[in-house]
Design a protein around this ligand. Sequence first.
Ligand code: NAP
Length: 219
Amino acid sequence: MKIGIIGAGNIGGNLTRRLTALGHQVSVANSRGPETLTGLAEETGAHPVTASEAARGAELVVVTVPLSAVPALPKDFLDGAAPGAVVIDTGNYYPQQRDGRIDAIEEGLPESRWTEQQIGHPVIKAFNGTYAQDILDRGTPAGTPGRQALPVAGDDPAAKQTVRNLIDELGFDTVDAGGLDDSWHQQPGTPVYGSQGDVDTIVKALADASPERTAQWRA
Ligand SMILES: NC(=O)c1ccc[n+]([C@@H]2O[C@H](COP(=O)([O-])OP(=O)(O)OC[C@H]3O[C@@H](n4cnc5c(N)ncnc54)[C@H](OP(=O)(O)O)[C@@H]3O)[C@@H](O)[C@H]2O)c1
């Protein structure tokens, strides 16, 4: 697949490493410009590009920047994406540590719904509770007992299936975590957040979640 990754930090960098290793054609961008991504490009074969260019022609786009940086993404950066492009959002709302207060999220809007509104395109929420290192280290073949599973939430069944197939390629099972309005089940502070469990564990953890953000995850 032709994949654009916006954000080349912990998650974006490791997704670039694994997805290029699987043979995908990856373009990757950060905020400082492609000239600062030569190391990652040489290591992986990914194309270093600007954030405006990352989605050009892409069938899949991963938005993996701090939530507070989402409004700063170039306007219409998805305009050149392939028709029907799928967008993954890995984001989390960290008001105290990083993002500051975002009123709509404090008032109950799921963080990925907020991101979707900011970028003007539906998103699939995935990887948000996965340790970046796990993307490199914990993938296993399908059928491996105890294989780690990731929750995936989103409204478009076909887009969600595309993401689930890609995650399977990366070495993880998935659990359908419902639509984006249900995605609070996997937000920071929930039982599933940071879990390395298998499908049964993730199904139970999602069911045990509470919609209220805990004090640690509020402004
Ligand atoms: N770390 C984890 O284990 C983890 C796990 C799951 C989910 N997440 C979530 O995933 C998101 C990314 O986390 P992370 O840890 O990978 O972040 P990170 O290491 O801080 O990296 C953020 C990346 O976003 C880039 N960026 C910032 N503003 C940008 C802009 N306007 N245009 C293009 N690129 C921009 C940064 O580029 P520069 O360096 O050039 O500024 C950097 O490459 C966050 O919402 C986080 O909560 C993180």
